[in-house]
Every structure is written in structure tokens, then in C-alpha cells.
Design a protein. Structure first.
Length: 359
């Protein structure tokens, strides 16, 4: 059975884009057809200025929403990244294999670093190097497939490059993974700016449908969505990105194609009303299950604890092998220290104690 790995970063509230683009497929397909690991990658949230309490709160909320979306801990492994030390252990080794140029070419670094500087702050080194941690997230588990949105495909390519380079230099150690993209709604766009992704890190609420938005809030946001000049409903992502985005959201909710749906509408208003109805209905069971999980926090704690234990057992052999391959001395079990002049159990012997006393 193939192994897949994917994760969510707790930098903001999860959105409709996260659900339609990834989470729903994880629950409906990946956990049933593969040995699947899903991780809340909280260490990645530390690469920019952040509120520690908010990161903790969003980490827990993300885990609860993943369970509410249908992830079953009996079928998959769900855990928090910082609970498994193997991620950071392997990350440093991969930094020793990746290059400065590769890191600086990452699109997210190019986008985020100028924003941090514009705010008057410095750019954290981790913002530059975190693709090595992302590669460690994947390679530690021997994942063959990584379900991602289009914006993360570049990081999977870097992971592939680093894995191949490590294997060539130090011996076959890592499985070389590949990215898999959803066929529809791989990238749900912002309702107010349909040329930009509906990202959870963006706090411009009117263009973003959050998974925990109330139904009336969802309807208001969709009814106010930006459309395009003209009145004909057609699926044209280049020429009419606003309408195309609405059609793709509706297609993901209904299982039909955007082109097929476009043929059934004569006005933008009717399209928006149907999109709103469909989204509200898709989110309803998720929100109900989330409320149940919030009422039983011990269950979420148990899931994450057991998931981390299972993930640690999976990752440790590969990470230990990587340390041996790159040149580090292996840690071997022993009977305790036996320093020169010590007794049979590592204690200072009588002669040594006497000499010390005489001094």
C-alpha cells in the first residue's frame, strides 16, 4: 500500500479552499486507499511574527477540523509536527544537502520576505530554510505521494531534488515522492480577488469562506463575490476569473463539471444563490461534528498523542539511517559510563576517592 503525507499550517482559520482543495479528498480517498499520515505543521507557523497562544489555539482547532472533515484515526495517522522530534532532526541534515540558491528561489520566500521587511521587521532565517523542514516532514516517512495544492507543488519538487541528491551522495536512504493535485478546485480563489488564492493566512474576511462561518455569513460573502463584466455565465478562468471561481466551487460541491454547470445559468445572481446553498450544505455536517469534538477535548488529545507515537515509530528508522549515511556516529545502547578510574558501575573507585580526599 502506498504511503501519503500531507499537512496543514496553523497560521489562520481553515477555509473552504482547504476543504475542497485537500481535506475532503484526504477523508474520502487517501485514508482508505493508502497508508496516510496527516500533520498539523505547527513549526512552520513560527517562521514569521506570531502570537504563541494563537498558534496553539489554531493547532488544536485545525486538528479538530481534520477529524470533523472525516479523518478516522483508525484508518490514518493524525498528529502535530512538534510532537515528533524526528522532523527537526532530519531537517538539519537536509539543510546540509540543499543549497542557498534553491531556498531563495522558493516562491513563498520571495513573497513573504518583502512583506516582513515592509512591516519594519527582520526576516527570520527559518523563513528561508523552512522548505528543508517541509522536505523532512515528507522524507522521514518514506511517503510516495504528497497531496498538495498548486502553490505547494514547488516545495515537493525541492523535496524530490534533495532526496535524489542525498541518495546519490550517501547511499539509498529516501523514497523520492511525487505531488498529486486534485482534478477540480485544486486552488479555490478569493471571492473578492479571484486572481488570488483563498488563503487562511489572509485576514481579508469578505473574500474568504471559513469552515466555521455561520450559514448567513457564508451566504453574504458569496452573494457579494466579485464577478466580471458582461452577463453571460461561461467558464473562462482567464477572461472571467470571478465567474469561473464560482463555477469551480459549485462543481466541487456537486460533482459536476464547471462547463456543464455554466450552461444552466442565465444570470450571475442565480449562480451565486446556488453556490451559497451548496457550500452551506457541504459545511453543515463538518460544523456539527466539530461542535461535538469541542465538547469532548479529551478525545482529540488522545488522537494526537497516539498519532504522534505511531508517527515517531514510523519515522525513527529512516532518520537514524540518514544520520548514519551522512557520517554521524550511531547512538548505541550501553550499560552506562565507564570512565577511566571508575568502578564497575561508573562510580569513582575507592582509590580515586582517597586520592581526591588527600588533595
Amino acid at each position: 500500500m502506498k504511503r501519503v503525507f500531507s499537512g496543514v499550517k496553523p497560521t489562520g482559520h481553515l477555509t473552504l479552499g482547504n476543504y475542497l482543495g485537500a481535506m475532503r479528498q484526504w477523508a474520502a480517498v487517501d485514508q482508505h486507499e493508502s497508508d496516510a499520515l496527516f500533520c498539523v505543521v505547527d513549526l512552520h507557523a513560527l517562521t514569521v511574527d506570531h502570537d504563541p497562544a494563537r498558534v496553539r489555539r489554531l493547532t488544536r482547532q485545525s486538528a479538530s477540523l481534520l477529524l470533523a472533515a472525516g479523518l478516522d484515526p483508525r484508518l490514518c495517522t493524525l498528529f502535530v509536527q512538534s510532537h515528533v522530534d524526528e522532523h527537526t532532526r532530519l531537517s538539519y541534515l537536509l539543510e546540509c544537502v540543499a543549497t542557498d540558491g534553491e531556498m531563495r528561489r522558493m516562491v513563498q520566500y520571495k513573497e513573504k520576505a518583502p512583506r516582513e521587511r515592509a512591516r519594519g521587521g527582520s526576516v527570520r532565517l527559518s523563513l528561508l530554510t523552512y522548505p528543508a523542514l517541509m522536505a523532512a516532514d515528507i522524507l522521514a516517512y518514506g511517503a510516495e505521494e504528497v497531496p498538495v495544492g498548486e502553490d505547494q507543488a514547488q516545495h515537493v519538487e525541492l523535496t524530490r531534488d534533495v532526496a535524489v541528491r542525498f541518495n546519490q551522495r550517501y547511499g539509498q536512504t529516501f523514497v523520492v515522492p511525487r505531488a498529486t493535485l486534485p482534478k477540480v478546485a485544486a486552488r479555490v480563489m478569493n471571492l473578492q480577488d479571484p486572481t488570488s488564492k483563498m488563503g487562511k493566512s489572509d485576514d481579508t474576511g469578505p473574500g474568504i469562506v471559513y469552515l466555521l462561518d455561520e450559514p448567513d455569513v457564508v451566504r453574504k460573502k458569496i452573494m457579494r463575490a466579485v464577478t466580471d463584466s458582461g452577463r453571460e455565465v461561461v467558464h473562462d478562468p482567464e477572461g472571467r476569473p470571478g465567474v469561473a471561481n464560482l463555477l469551480e466551487i459549485l462543481a466541487s460541491c456537486t460533482g459536476r463539471t464547471p462547463q456543464e454547470l455554466a450552461a444552466g445559468y442565465a444570470s450571475y445572481g442565480d449562480l451565486k444563490r446556488d453556490v451559497a446553498d451548496a457550500v452551506i450544505e457541504v459545511l453543515r455536517p463538518l460544523q456539527e461534528r466539530h461542535r461535538e469534538l469541542c465538547a469532548d477535548p479529551g478525545h482529540v488529545d488522545d488522537v494526537l498523542r497516539l498519532g504522534a507515537e505511531r508517527a515517531r515509530e514510523m519515522a525513527r528508522p529512516t532518520v537514524d539511517a540518514a544520520y548514519r549515511a551522512i557520517g554521524c556516529c550511531p547512538r548505541r545502547p550501553g550499560r552506562g559510563p565507564r570512565w577511566p578510574g571508575s568502578g564497575p558501575r561508573g562510580r569513582v573507585g575507592a582509590a580515586g576517592a582517597g586520592a581526591g580526599s588527600a588533595g
